[in-house]
Design a protein around this ligand. Structure first.
Ligand code: KG4
Ligand code: ZN
Length: 336
């Protein structure tokens, strides 16, 4: 079965073709980051207009790269939410139009389920049940995953998402957007131990996160130091990243203890962070958890995860009519 995947939920156009026998036949990604950079964040109207420009040409390119014609495609998956409404509508309209023209089924995919299932594209796919930590620019969630679509929310951020905190602290340090990779690079030159930032909400029970206070703590530290040297910036980046990773490690440990599960899947943009991966791997080895990540290139937004999640749902017989519907806000627990 060959599934075309279309991701247009935010500032990246991702187009991929997944074949259940041969794996990924094409996986194209176009980033709008340079378009939004001078505004310091994503401008929704610019995002929608640019998705309109890119989506069809990229589908053509993916089809040619995969040596496919329309008659080879068995289904189309698109991101139906959560995300920017205009951007989502571009992907949904194109998916529905092509599905009608090609006479194949189309299916709206939950962006975060796409991130989660991307772990199955790795060398060692996870098996249910497991605990999932989803960490992206818009979400920080712990889920107990029992089966495809059966996810219980067991913890989440009460304010900023982890990726959002990376982006905001990067801005404070004068780094570019998205901030996660920039902080990670700068932290490489940081001296461990010079600063120790708080691990929010770890000194009381529970699986919820809060990164807003940590962000304020960093802001105050920056103000206290006055004009920053290059070493100050690197040391702050290191201490911030260390605090986020350690907080996540503590909450994941608790989640596995509380659920009695031994498998942890970590996905979403922040799961590309090397320090977080290393810290979790070290804890997993010590505590005998099995730990799963998507392949590094598929941690941040991409079309492959949507094609792959679409394949899972299409082959399970899920179908949808030709109405164009998107869900800018869409809790994952509603997927069952
Ligand atoms: O999953 P994603 O690509 O898009 C959303 O669904 O939000 O996640 C983007 C977020 C951004 O906040 C970005 O700064 C963060 O993931 N990110 C990282 C890294 N790569 C991306 N954060 C920390 N370290 C990274 N290497
Ligand atoms: Zn994402």
């Amino acid at each position: 079965m060959k599934v075309l995947g279309i991701e247009t939920s935010c500032d990246e156009t991702g187009i991929a073709i997944y074949d259940s026998d041969q794996g990924l036949l094409a996986d194209l990604l176009y980033s709008q980051v340079p378009l939004h950079q001078r505004f310091g964040g994503v401008v929704p109207e610019i995002a929608s207009r640019d998705h309109i420009r890119k989506t069809l040409p990229m589908i053509r390119q993916a089809m040619s790269q995969a040596e496919c014609t329309a008659s080879d495609i068995d289904g189309i998956a698109y991101t139906a939410g959560p995300g920017l409404v205009g951007a989502l509508l571009v992907g949904a309209s194109i998916a529905k139009s092509l599905a009608l023209a090609w006479n194949v089924p189309s299916l709206g995919i939950h962006h975060m389920e796409g991130h989660l299932l991307a772990a199955g594209l790795g060398e060692r796919p996870p098996a249910y049940p497991y605990v999932a930590l989803l960490v992206s620019g818009g979400h920080t969630q712990l889920l107990a995953c029992h089966a495809q679509g059966r996810y219980d929310l067991i913890g989440e951020s009460v304010d900023d998402a982890a990726g959002e905190a990376f982006d905001k602290v990067a801005k404070m340090l004068g780094l570019g957007y998205p901030g996660g990779p920039e902080i990670s690079k700068l932290a490489g030159a940081g001296k461990p131990g010079r600063f120790r930032f708080p691990r929010p909400m770890t000194n009381r029970p529970g699986l919820d996160f809060s990164f807003s206070g940590l962000k304020t703590y960093v802001m105050n530290q920056i103000a206290e130091l006055g004009p920053l040297t290059e070493q100050d910036r690197a040391d702050i980046a290191f201490a911030f990243q260390d605090a986020v990773a350690d907080t996540i490690r503590i909450k994941c440990t608790r989640a596995l203890e509380q659920t009695g599960l031994g498998d942890l899947v970590v996905a979403g943009g922040v799961s590309a962070n090397t320090a977080l991966r290393e810290m979790l791997s070290e804890t997993a080895a010590r505590r005998f958890w099995r730990l799963f990540f998507p392949p590094l290139a598929l941690c941040t937004d991409n079309g492959a995860m949507i094609a792959y999640a679409g394949w899972h749902r299409l082959q399970a017989g899920q179908r949808e009519d030709h109405n164009i519907q998107v869900h800018p806000r869409w809790p994952m627990v509603d997927l069952a």
